[in-house]
Design a protein around this ligand. Structure first.
Ligand code: SF4
Length: 743
């Protein structure tokens, strides 16, 4: 503190004074920029439009875009403070190569030369598929498209997947099975137009907060929320269904049973547009309200009331997120949701949709263009026609395109444990915090001959383990497009330069292609993201996710446009899929599935009596690599906590704010602050998963959906005991992770 400040002569006027911004009016003078850059939020899939204020080459503020149809000027706490991430102290600035156990700065030339040499040596020694690549939902679509080609055709490995498998794979698989293709059918406008909104395992108030304004703008709606926990979203509900963990399939079957019994189904839609209804009707006979009540813990009256409300709705929307997807039956639960929407004709109309709310800002982009679980444009690996189609577009032999997808994310990790994968390239994700059953992941990464981590931040708990760190630009420093949950393609723009020698992921991919010698073959003449976008428009032409009529200018002009938007489209309006009742299956009909409810895999017992549920909080983003560096967010939510019901806390003689250890068969999370609350039911506990220091994934299990390969993060059996560790505030760091790896 200066003397002038001590004497009260310096009142920090330059910091706290107000001024007039020509565009936004009265505001803090330090936040008045030289220029506002229009862009889209880079955190979640809601896809809010915003302006970044830039002053003397630095991002100094962020504002919501009042003309953007998604957020109408509002932003949540993460969006409002997003510019702080650009100057976070842990930004990666230089390529780093591990030499004698230490990461030391090297040139891009040496970094990429070493990467190519190591990857090629591994592939020559152990086969092409000994190289794995794990990407993300954080890049722009142009980068996903480029990366997919580079990995599958340039590096020639099939074993490529993204962290989207940790959050959205069940929705993708469920859509593909029911409708013949991925692609959420609805639009946010449906939240405003539905007369019943049924949210299952979706705490939008914390995780997709700006969607709440669409809910609030609908005075006619009845909001039904099914969740084992009384979340902030549950508190908004007209009807709350506090069902037992993972009993949602039984509830959905029960509602279908009641609707068939009472004739509240759309027989014409079923006959014209679906298959296997009679099998479904027979199958759900046993799901009587009494039986469903036993499984779900809900009263028969609540089940009947829910069925009555849903069945009588003119237009009903079912929304879901991780409460459904994070399950060994995630894909099947999505099918059960789709069943309910289909038998009542609640699809393809205003307000009527089975609507998966996606996680990351551009999880949708990688699903459309990414070359992981599908070929670009939702083409199928197994389809000769689809491979021929792509080969012709790219001017290559179809034999270069794999005939089946490679290993999914968890299987890449298992293959590393069993030494089948020998080198791994991790892009913009932090699995040391986000992957379930941390010990298995640490074992996998520890066996690798060469680990490359490409990220905007270093050190992260994962980048600390790398042999090579590639510094990447992040949101605000690069150009491209994101697709949000309602298939709206929005423009992302460069506001400031990346720090140090960091480069955009797009540039890194092109530089690597140069080193591999495949630039002319795969990316002829490409220098900027728009080149990838224009090729992607051609590749998506005629597909469900048709971008062919989109241009950067049009997207900017309309603050985002939903796909499909075929060439020649003149009107920009709300688009819903399947409005004509034709689905992407061979016969054009949607498939109904008989989905049997099953208990979750790890049931509580005497030793581990609680069911642990993990989730998120509004202040933080996933592994906190970004939000942990934003002071205002960090101050609002600095540490993890454990929620426990009052009755259980009393039985264990635990008090609010006690520090406890949470223990499962796989490990122990130490020193977590206890919240004694009625938000969780007796027998259940809840903990957020953002915090590396008290990492919930030390205790979660290796259980995956056999169809989607998505992890079952949500229910594992734990015990809770008073912690012996002191209650000091934990410092940020990679607890229990080796800080050095030798080559
Ligand atoms: S709701 Fe999502 S997209 Fe909107 S500001 Fe918040 S984090 Fe960004």
């Amino acid at each position: 503190m200066t003397l002038r400040r001590k004497l009260g002569l310096d009142i920090l006027a330059s910091k706290y004074s107000y001024g007039e911004d020509p565009q936004h009016g009265h505001t803090s003078s330090q936040k008045i920029p030289d220029q506002w850059v229009t862009t889209t939020c880079g955190y979640c899939s809601v896809g809010c439009g915003m302006f970044v204020g830039v002053k003397e080459g630095r991002a100094v503020s962020v504002r919501g875009n009042p003309d953007h149809p998604v957020n109408l000027g509002k932003l949540c706490p993460k969006g409002l403070s997003e510019h702080y991430t650009l100057e976070a102290p842990n930004r990666a600035k230089h390529p780093l190569l591990r030499q004698q156990g230490k990461l030391v700065p090297v040139s891009w030339d040496e970094a990429l030369g070493t990467m190519v040499e190591k990857f090629r040596a591994t592939q020559e020694r152990c086969g092409r598929d000994a190289l794995g690549v794990i990407s993300t939902g954080q890049l722009v679509t142009e980068e996903f498209y480029t990366l997919g080609k580079l990995v599958q055709l340039g590096l020639g490995t099939k074993n490529y997947d993204g962290n989207t498998t940790l959050c959205m794979a069940s929705a993708v698989s469920g859509y593909k099975r029911s409708f013949g293709s991925d692609g959420p059918p609805g639009a946010y406008e449906d939240l405003r137009k539905a007369d019943v909104i049924f949210l299952i395992g979706a705490n939008v108030a914390d995780n997709h907060p700006i969607l709440c304004q669409h809910l609030e703008a609908n005075p006619r709606k009845t909001l039904i929320v099914a969740d084992p926990r009384v979340t902030k979203t549950a508190m908004m509900a007209d009807l709350f269904l506090p069902l037992k963990p993972r009993s949602d399939i039984a509830l959905l079957n029960g509602i279908i049973h009641v609707l068939i019994q009472t004739g509240q189904i759309d027989c014409e839609f079923i006959a014209k547009h679906t298959t296997a209804f009679s099998e479904l009707a027979k199958f759900v006979e046993k799901y009587t309200p009494a039986y469903v009540s036993q499984i779900t813990g809900l009263s028969e009256d609540l089940i009947l009331k829910t069925a009555y409300l849903y069945g009588n709705a003119e237009a009903a929307l079912i929304g879901w997120t991780m409460g459904v997807n994070h399950s060994t039956q995630g894909a099947e639960t999505v099918n059960a949701i789709n069943n309910l929407a289909l038998i009542t004709g609640n699809i393809g109309r205003a307000g009527a949709s089975p609507f998966s709310i996606t996680g990351q800002c551009n999880a949708m982009g990688t699903r459309e263009a990414g070359f992981t679980s599908s070929l670009p444009g939702y083409r199928k690996f197994e389809s000769t026609r689809d491979r021929e189609d792509l080969a012709a577009l790219w001017g290559i032999s179809k034999d270069r395109i794999p005939t089946s997808r490679g290993l999914a994310y968890p299987d890449i990790i298992e293959a590393a444990v069993s030494k089948k994968i020998r080198a791994l390239w991790i892009i913009a994700t932090n699995p040391i915090v986000s992957y379930p059953n941390l010990d298995v992941l640490k074992q996998a990464l520890g066996t690798l001959d060469f680990l490359v981590v490409q990220d905007g931040f270093h050190p992260t708990p994962t980048s600390e383990l790398a042999h090579l760190v590639l510094p990447a630009a992040i949101w605000g420093e690069k150009e491209g497009t994101y697709t949000n949950s309602e298939r709206r393609v929005s423009k992302v723009n460069c506001a400031v330069e990346p720090p140090g020698e960091a480069r955009s992921d797009f540039d890194i991919f092109l530089m690597l292609a140069d080193k591999l010698g495949c630039s002319d073959d795969l990316f002829p003449g490409w220098t900027k993201p728009e080149h990838a976008f224009n090729e992607w428009r051609r590749v998506s032409k005629g597909r469900l996710c048709d971008y062919s009529g989109l241009t950067y200018e049009l997207i900017e002009q309309h603050n985002g446009i939903q796909w499909p938007f075929p060439e020649g489209t003149t009107e920009v309006s709300t688009i819903r899929l399947y409005s004509d009742g034709r689905f992407q299956t061979d016969d054009g009909k949607a498939k109904l599935f008989c989905i049997e409810w099953a208990p979750f895999p790890e049931q509580p017992n005497k030793e581990f009596p609680f069911v642990l549920n993990t989730g998120r909080t509004v202040e933080h983003w996933h592994t906190r690599t970004k939000t942990g560096q934003v002071p205002i967010l960090e101050r609002m939510s600095p540490n993890a906590w454990l929620e426990m019901n009052t009755r259980d806390a009393n039985a264990l003689r635990l008090k609010p704010h006690d520090h406890v250890d949470v223990i499962s068969r796989r490990g122990r999370v130490r020193n977590v602050e206890l919240r004694v609350t009625e938000i969780v039911a007796p027998g259940q506990v809840f903990m957020p998963f953002h915090f590396a220091e008290t990492n919930a994934n030390q205790i979660t299990q290796s259980a995956f959906d056999p169809i989607s390969r998505e992890p079952n993060y949500k229910q594992c059996a734990v015990s809770v005991q008073l912690s012996r560790a002191p209650k000091e505030r934990r410092s940020r760091g990679a607890a229990e992770i080796p800080s050095e790896v030798s080559q």
